[in-house]
Design a binder for this molecule. Structure first.
Ligand code: GDP
Ligand code: IMO
Ligand code: MG
Length: 448
C-alpha cells in the first residue's frame, strides 16, 4: 500500500510514519471477553494464534479457564496462554499476571510431551507477582468469613495476591532468582498471613511445609523468568505479531464490573497496557468476544438471568459448567446493555460472536436492549450492584430458527433468522460482527 494513497496531502516523512502505525495496528490484536467471562476466548485465540509470533497474557491468573478443542480433543488452559498448542508461538506471561508456580507446573505436566516443549517457549515476567499457598488459604478464609455475601471466587488466591501487590508486600517472580533471600521473604509473608488467618478463624500455615511444597515448582519456574517488557519491545521492533489474550470479562473488571462481585484486575484494554508494558499504540485490533446469550459464575447481579427451564436448557445445550471450578454457570439471554458498556470502554473494533449454534431450536429469542430503574428507561450501566440487582429488563423478542448450525461455514449458510440475529446485534451496538462460532472446534467458525 503506498503511503501517499493512504494519507494524501501529508509530507513523505509523516506519511511513512502514519503508514507504519497503520501497519503495526493491523499486525497485533487484543482479544477481550465482553460479558462475565467464559465467552469462548480460548477458542478464538487458538484460531488466531497460528498467525502470530507470541500470545501474551496480561492480567488474572489461574482463575481463567480457556477451552481449546482441536480435532475433538479438549484442552483447558488456566495460567498458560491459549497459544500453547501452536508450536510456533512464544507464550508470554506478562507483568500484570499473578503467577502460581504450583498451578503452572501442574498445567505443564497435564499437557505431557506438549508441556515439555512449551516449557521452552514460555517467558514469565520478572515483575509478575507470585501466588503462593498463603494467598489461596486467605482467599478461602475471606470467602468463608463473608458467609452469604461471598463473591464466589475461584479460590485460586487471586484477590489476596493482587491485594498484597497494591499493599506493596507481595513477592515477585524476580525474587526467586536469589534463593536464600526468597526463603526469608516467604517466611515473612507466611508470618503476616498467619495473623490475618487467625483473625478470620482459619488454621495457620507451617512455613517449612510451604517452603517444601513450593521448592520444586520454584526451581522449574526460575529459567522461565525474564524481562518480558524488554522482550516484547524487541519483538515489536522486529515486526513480530503479538496477540494479547484477555482473561475474565469486562463485567468482572475491578473498576467497571459489578463491584464487589468482580475479579481483582482490569480485564479490558487498560489491563493489557499495564500488564504487558507496551503502549496503546501496540494494541492493534480489539476483538471483543460475545457469547450469543449470557452466563456468569459466582455471586453478583445478573439482570438477564433465567431461573427457569429455559435457563436450564441453555446450560445443558451450551455445556455451561465452569472450566476451572466445574460450577454450573448461571444462564440468561443476551444483554446488549452489557455489551455496549464493554464496547464503549474498550474501543472494540470487531465482535466475535460465539455459541450461536446453542440457540438453535428456540422459538423466540429475547434480547435485552435497556434497563428500567425507578420507572426510568436507561442504557447506562449502574455503578451500584444493588441498583443493577433491582433493574427490570427491556427486551426485544427476535424470531428463532430450528436448523442446527454446526456445519455452517459461511454467513450465507446460516438460516435467515440467525443472520438477522447477528445483524440486530451489529446495528444495536454499532460494531461489526467479524467472526461467528457455531461449535467448539477450531473449524466451526464463520469469518465475514
Ligand atoms: P473462555 O474462558 O472465554 O475461554 O471460555 P470457556 O472455555 O470457559 O467456555 C467456553 C465454552 O464454550 C468452552 O467449552 C468452549 O469449548 C465452548 N465454545 C466456544 N465457542 C463455541 C461455539 O461457537 N459453539 C459451541 N457450541 N461451543 C463453543
Ligand atoms: P475466564 O478467563 C468466569 C469470577 C469468579 C468470581 C469472581 C472473582 O475463563 O473467562 P476470582 O477467583 O477471580 O477472585 O473470582 O470472578 N471469575 C470468572 N468467571 N470466567 C473466568 O475466567 C473467571 N475468573 C474469575 O467466578 O465470581
Ligand atoms: Mg473460562
Amino acid at each position: 500500500m503506498s503511503s501517499t494513497r493512504l494519507t494524501p496531502g501529508l509530507s513523505p516523512v509523516v506519511a511513512i510514519l502514519v503508514e507504519h502505525v497503520a501497519v503495526s495496528e493491523r499486525r497485533n490484536c487484543v482479544v477481550l471477553g465482553l460479558q462475565w467471562g467464559d465467552e469462548g476466548k480460548g477458542k478464538v485465540i487458538d484460531c488466531l494464534a497460528g498467525t502470530v509470533d507470541a500470545v501474551v497474557r496480561c492480567q488474572g491468573g489461574a482463575n481463567a479457564g480457556h477451552t481449546v478443542v482441536v480435532e475433538g480433543m479438549k484442552t483447558v488452559l488456566h495460567l498458560l496462554p491459549s497459544g500453547a498448542l501452536h508450536p510456533g508461538a512464544t507464550c508470554v506471561i506478562g507483568n500484570g499476571v499473578v503467577v502460581d508456580p504450583l498451578a503452572l507446573c501442574e498445567e505443564l505436566d497435564d499437557l505431557g510431551a506438549a508441556g515439555e516443549d512449551l516449557a521452552r517457549r514460555i517467558k514469565v515476567s520478572d515483575r509478575a507477582h507470585l501466588v503462593l499457598p498463603v494467598h489461596k488459604a486467605l482467599d478461602a478464609a475471606i470467602e468463608a468469613h463473608k458467609g452469604d455475601a461471598k463473591v464466589g471466587t475461584t479460590l485460586r488466591g487471586i484477590g489476596p495476591c493482587y491485594a498484597a501487590k497494591v499493599a506493596r508486600t507481595g513477592l515477585r517472580c524476580a525474587d526467586v532468582q536469589n534463593a536464600e533471600r526468597f526463603q526469608e521473604q516467604v517466611r515473612v509473608l507466611v508470618a503476616q498471613a498467619n495473623e490475618e488467618l487467625a483473625f478470620l478463624g482459619a488454621e495457620p500455615l507451617q512455613v517449612d511445609e510451604v517452603l517444601a511444597l513450593i521448592a520444586p515448582a520454584i526451581e522449574r519456574l526460575r529459567p522461565m523468568v525474564c524481562d518480558t517488557v524488554a522482550w516484547l519491545h524487541q519483538a515489536q521492533e522486529k515486526g513480530k505479531r503479538l496477540l494479547f489474550e484477555g482473561a475474565q470479562g469486562v463485567m468482572l473488571d475491578i473498576d467497571f464490573g459489578t463491584y464487589p462481585y468482580v475479579t481483582s484486575s482490569n480485564t479490558g484494554v487498560g489491563g493489557v497496557i499495564t500488564g504487558s508494558g507496551l503502549s496503546h499504540k501496540a494494541m492493534g485490533e480489539v476483538i471483543g468476544i460475545v457469547k450469543a446469550y449470557t452466563t456468569r459464575v459466582g455471586g453478583g447481579p445478573f439482570p438477564a438471568e433465567l431461573h427457569d427451564a429455559v435457563g436450564d436448557g441453555l446450560r445443558q445445550r451450551g455445556g455451561e459448567f465452569g472450566a476451572t471450578t466445574g460450577r454450573p454457570r448461571r444462564c440468561g439471554w443476551l444483554d446488549l446493555v452489557v455489551v455496549r458498556h464493554a464496547c464503549h470502554l474498550n474501543g472494540v473494533d470487531t465482535i466475535a460472536l460465539t455459541k450461536l449454534d446453542v440457540l438453535s431450536g428456540e422459538a423466540e429469542i429475547p434480547v435485552i436492549t435497556a434497563y428500567r430503574i425507578d420507572g426510568q428507561e436507561t442504557t447506562a450501566m449502574p455503578a451500584r450492584s444493588e441498583d443493577l440487582q433491582r433493574v427490570e429488563v427491556v427486551k426485544t423478542v427476535l424470531p428463532g430458527w430450528t436448523q442446527a448450525l454446526d456445519d455452517c461455514r459461511n454467513f450465507a449458510d446460516l438460516p435467515a433468522a440467525a443472520q438477522d440475529y447477528v445483524r440486530f446485534i451489529e446495528e444495536h451496538i454499532g460494531v461489526r460482527v467479524g467472526y461467528i462460532g457455531v461449535g467448539p472446534g477450531r473449524e466451526a467458525t464463520i469469518s465475514r
